[in-house]
Design a protein around this ligand. Structure first.
Ligand SMILES: *Cc1c(COP(=O)(O)O)cnc(C)c1O
Length: 439
């Protein structure tokens, strides 16, 4: 709690109590409720650059950035100007606009795997529609996903591993009938043997394999190189589509997304389809999915796979996304962002080391993860073995000092171009104190 603020004048607490009366759990997306770490969520009043101010007027350095979209920081002048101008011209038309074409072209220019793209309004829609299209294009029903990867909340994706590779998944949410996930095969991330076995058993029935190439919904876990190579080979061999869910990593870990990172390591590498979101909307509701011309031409109105949206390609959202992409395409942008992110992860590493605390971290571009462990986990079970009481104490110690990290150990973090060397140094200094207090 902030000095001078107790429960009688804590506006975050008052708002949370009030919200809980009309909104389930007081929030419109579960992770915001602080259920994993306990305590009171911070209600954001306003944000600027690398900071936001909560309902008590307290300033926080923001390492979430709306879970990734705010790669330029909050209220970037060029983005603000583009959005204000677009608003003057109209909020939504339900008819095509030039900016949708510009945004499609801007995305495709950075991702050679995409010939054509369809704009939607959320990552959930993008991933769900990509799977429908893969099924429609291949005429197959089954698909592979990995434990710990999140692809939005479409029914067929809310699933955990079944009891064996011959059995398919079990729903992770009430309201999802078992029949709906009966075609979803859930495998362990980075587990080559399971991958081989699954294709050996089900190869001819698989429409696609969907993967977060750098998983950001189990903190930060990279697909190993041999694993990614085998995903590509097996999909090609069995006629299944390899779908990269880059809703988080696209335009965040590099201008060309995680696929450009893997393409540097694996000559000629590319996925068949890509789901995008977060950064491409710059903080407005905008997402997309794209792929080769032959696959994308299966979509309505050209082909038999239906997909639509009243607000798809929204003119204000496309203006926001385009202005954001324009800024991050400037020379040196990702080099500077990567360096700032590494300043943070290296600084946290030294702070933990000085306090004798186990710690490891990884990052790519402006996305990072850290674990209070000695070595980086390679899959979801290993991530979940992290000592969560210690993580929660670290989280609250940092929050109290005005440094806002993800309120759950299974979430990635984000640095923006607005974070200065000084901002990060202050965060590292606070971490030094917090780590020493964990002893
Ligand atoms: C955030 C996210 C989604 C879901 O996007 P929404 O816009 O929240 O529906 C899907 N996939 C990945 C990898 C994500 O990080």
């Amino acid at each position: 709690m902030t000095p001078g603020i107790d429960s009688t004048n804590d506006r975050n607490l008052a708002l949370f109590e009030r919200a809980k009366k009309t909104i389930p759990g007081g929030v419109n997306s579960p992770v915001r409720a602080f259920k994993a770490v306990g305590g009171t969520p911070r209600f954001v009043q306003r944000a600027q650059g690398a900071y936001f101010w909560d309902a008590n007027g307290k300033q926080h350095t923001d390492y979430i950035g709306s879970w990734g979209p705010m790669i330029l920081g909050h209220g970037h002048p060029a983005v603000l100007q583009a959005v204000q101008k677009a608003m003057q011209d109209g909020f939504s038309f339900g008819a095509p606009t030039e900016r949708e074409v510009e945004l499609a072209e801007a995305i495709i220019a950075q991702m050679p795997s995409i010939d054509m793209i369809r704009l939607v309004s959320s990552g959930t829609e993008a991933a769900m529609s990509a799977i429908r299209l893969a099924r429609g294009a291949t005429g197959r029903s089954k698909f592979i996903k990995f434990e710990g990867c999140y692809h939005g909340h479409a029914d067929a994706l809310l699933v955990k591993a079944g009891s064996g590779l011959a059995t398919f998944g079990n729903p992770t949410s009430a309201g999802v009938p078992p029949e709906v996930v009966a075609h979803t095969l859930v495998l362990e991330y980075n587990n080559l043997a399971q991958l081989e076995a699954a294709f050996a058993l089900h190869g001819p029935e698989l429409a696609c394999l969907m993967i977060e190439p750098i998983a950001g919904n189990m903190n930060f876990v990279r697909a190993s190189l041999p694993f990614m190579i085998r995903c590509r080979e097996l999909c090609t061999q069995h006629g299944a589509l390899l779908i990269f869910d880059e809703v988080m990593t696209g335009f965040r870990v590099a201008l060309g997304g995680a696929q450009s990172v893997y393409a540097q390591l694996i000559p000629g590498f590319k996925p068949d389809m890509t789901a995008l979101g977060k950064v491409i909307g710059g903080g407005m509701p905008l997402a997309a999915f794209g792929g080769s011309r032959s696959v994308m031409e299966q979509l309505a109105p050209l082909g038999p796979v239906y997909q639509a949206g009243t607000l798809s390609g929204n003119p204000v959202a496309t203006a926001c996304g385009l202005a954001t992409l324009r800024e991050i395409s400037k020379p040196g942008f990702f080099e500077a962002l990567s360096a700032r992110t590494q300043q943070l992860t290296h600084g946290l590493q030294e702070a933990a080391q000085a306090a004798g605390q186990p710690f490891c971290a990884d990052s790519q571009g402006g996305m990072f993860g850290f674990f209070l462990l000695d070595a980086l986990p390679q899959n979801y079970p290993a991530v979940m073995q992290t000592d969560s009481p210690r993580f929660n104490r670290f989280f609250h110690g940092m929050l109290q000092r005005g440094h806002y990290f993800a309120p759950a150990l299974y979430e990635a973090g984000f640095v923006s171009a607005a974070h200065t060397e000084h901002d990060v140094a202050e965060t590292v200094a606070a971490a030094r104190t917090v780590f020493s207090e964990l002893n």
